[in-house]
Design a protein around this ligand. Sequence first.
Ligand SMILES: [Zn+2]
Length: 416
Amino acid sequence: MALRAALHQAGAAALSHLLRFAEPAVGQRTLPCSCGRQARYRELRAKTVLTVLGAATIARPYYLCPHCQQGQFPADRELDVADTEFSPGVRRMQALVGQDAPFDRGREQMHMLAGLEVTTKSVERVAEAIGADIALCEDEQAARAVQLELPIIIGPPVPVLYIELDGTGVPVVKKETVNRKGKADGQPAHTREAKLGCVFTQTKWDEDGFAIRDPDSTTYTGAIETAQEFGKRLYVEAWKRGWSRAEKKVVIGDGAEWIWNIAQQYFPGAIQIVDIFHARQHLWNLARLLHPGNTKRQNQWIGLHQKRWLDDGKIDKLAASLRALPVTDPELAKKVRTEADYFANNAARMDYPLFRSQHLFIGSGVVEAGCKTVIGHRLKQSGMFWTVNGANSILALRCCRLNRRFEDYWENRRAA
Ligand SMILES: [Zn+2]
């Protein structure tokens, strides 16, 4: 470790030497200024930047506009160190550790693994800035998607493309929930719903006919935003993954209305499937309402016909039987009616025998696991409270990394 530290130190000295820019030649000492006039070369100015080798000094030309007093350092843009004291290499590390774990853990990791001293705040600031930049690129793509200007992505046909979506609460700071209703009546909300979507493909099924997800085929996208905005974001992700050349398209979600609104608007022609476990959960909730505290009767009620009808896709029969239940209590009758409507409205999305015969997935387990790994593990640890912007930036960064696009981001950044 001592030798490595010494080599880093020598490297930083060499780097400082390399980053000593020459004065511009006489005759090349002006630059266009944003005010439309010419900025003039003044002098070489030094700046210290933390690089992966440690602190290095950059000496670079400074230009000042005599008309509007605006100064500029063209070399900073070229080196991607404008308005920052960290090199791209260090920022890449800060973003990487910042999306993975709490910011202070990230600071510790940089110290332990890279021998770099940075503050917790700088890990937070840089990770959020990079995440915001990634989110901005996505927003631009979403805007182009609305104009139908996305580039066609060439590739082999996709047998089955799945889109699964779900929502999960992210704890936020107080100002983000002003005037928002909480889950319990009269209580303020402490969380905001992050929407998560995942896209994956399927080519095969196992010997029992159950669908097999293509290995490493899952990508994620998510944000705290309206269903309308999220729909666009998810559409861009699906497009990148071959939506236009998918032979079969499937959207899976729970019964939430926003999910099916998005499916209808952005993914027309897709097979819509209600996650079977959510549907079963609805039956169990009903059983508990009908036979409170009596698990034996609850089991009996479910086992008699209800579960079989659900699994066999006989949803009309199921809904009709719920409507025919002899319930006298008006409160309970209302709840039963709501459940009957839930099944009746989603009947086509619960044709499980048909979906099974086509070897399709009928559960939304992928996105539910995603809610834990993508959002829960990073954003919902105890004591965490996020701003919406902060949470969205880290979410964008985390998805970028999980989608194996983190290196592409830095490549593109360098190319730009
Ligand atoms: Zn100017």
